[in-house]
Ligand binder design. Sequence first.
Ligand code: FAD
Length: 408
Amino acid sequence: MNPKIYIIGGGAAGIFGAINTKIHFPMAEIVVLEKSSKLLSKVKVSGGGRCNVTHACFENSQLVKFYPRGNKSLRKPFNQFSTQETVDWFEKRGVKLKTEEDGRIFPTSNNSQTIIDCLLQECEKLGISINKSVGVESISVVNERFQIHVKGGQFFKADRILIATGGQSKAQAYDWLSQLNHHIKDPVPSLFTFNVPDSDFKDLAGISVPHAQVKILGSKLNDCGPLLITHWGFSGPAVLKLSAWGARELHLRDYNFSIHINWLGEVSEEGLKDQLLQFKKEHPKKVISSNPLFDLPRRLWARLVDTALISNEKRWVDISKKQFNKLIEGLIRSEFKVKGKTTFKEEFVTCGGISLKDINLQTMESKKQPGIFFAGEVLDVDGVTGGFNFQHAWTSAFIASKNILAPD
Ligand SMILES: Cc1cc2nc3c(=O)[nH]c(=O)nc-3n(C[C@H](O)[C@H](O)[C@H](O)COP(=O)(O)OP(=O)(O)OC[C@H]3O[C@@H](n4cnc5c(N)ncnc54)[C@H](O)[C@@H]3O)c2cc1C
């Protein structure tokens, strides 16, 4: 009899896993079980509807640095299937891709449907069975084979299983996987923006700086990058990266903490002082508030000058020592109280899931239940924004597909 492989979850990892399993093992019968009535629903809405498929980072030692959970342990998987392999895989199937200035890779169509069409056409071509609206509730092991129990009391017999059920917000959603002896790292959200209800900067919403540094007080967490002022607080890559690296710690603090913003990036106090003194010497007659420095947006500069209690008409020659020091403070240490978080364009991922200690990262097979494999966000792996989460889904699914029927 041909081996029967069940793929649980019809998202990016599940569908990519199903296709590649059939390619590696054409004699196997592949069945996908998807809980909802739709396949690849996150792919559809991803990247603002454009699907940021992967990232133009072709050095695995650099790539792993974009994964707060996973990190160096992802080197083994990426050495088998990485960003270049993703690009080749899709291009080989006629999907044209383009790289944007910041490294994010999208289909040239700017439409996530292109990726969905490619994946679903492959499923059809390869004769993969897809069952929608079938939610798996538990798995039992019977004589080295598996029984998959689904909602409604039905069960299916499987020789091998790939679990690709994605991230879940509630710990109970992983109960059926912990019943198979897997250790679950508690799920908490990652990739969110900071709410600052008492911010004096809200009316500057829409203004961004290309390279700010954000530090979370009372922790070692800090990150640099573009920063955006929003109606509710702060967003942009600097904040999103921090939310990912600090996902657990910030959850423990119930999203109540203070931040310091250095609007100039990593510029030090001493360095800044020297630059301002030099400017004062060279342009004593210039009015401070109407002549922004360091390429800061005009309105942001004016607000920082105002916060330092420097009047609108004041010239550099007339600035007091107190005002000078306060301006420096505002430029490199503006303090804000964060109270709560907001999802960034609805793009969020789960920090937590199946502990990587339970997984053989060379094959993606469970060490607790041989014959069961895992891929995608169900694992305790998540990346920052930029195409890294899909890259992990493709990588882990590809590796599982290659090994799912390999001899022991
Ligand atoms: C709005 C949004 C935009 C995003 N944009 C990007 C982007 O542009 N680039 C990027 O890299 N990442 C992006 N991400 C993250 C990315 O979408 C996920 O990391 C990725 O989809 C994970 O793939 P997955 O297959 O592991 O999980 P999912 O895509 O979540 O798929 C899991 C599937 O399993 C099904 N399932 C769950 N439980 C069961 C069960 N018990 N039985 C049967 N089926 C089950 C679910 O219904 C779902 O269809 C975005 C996320 C969101 C929310």
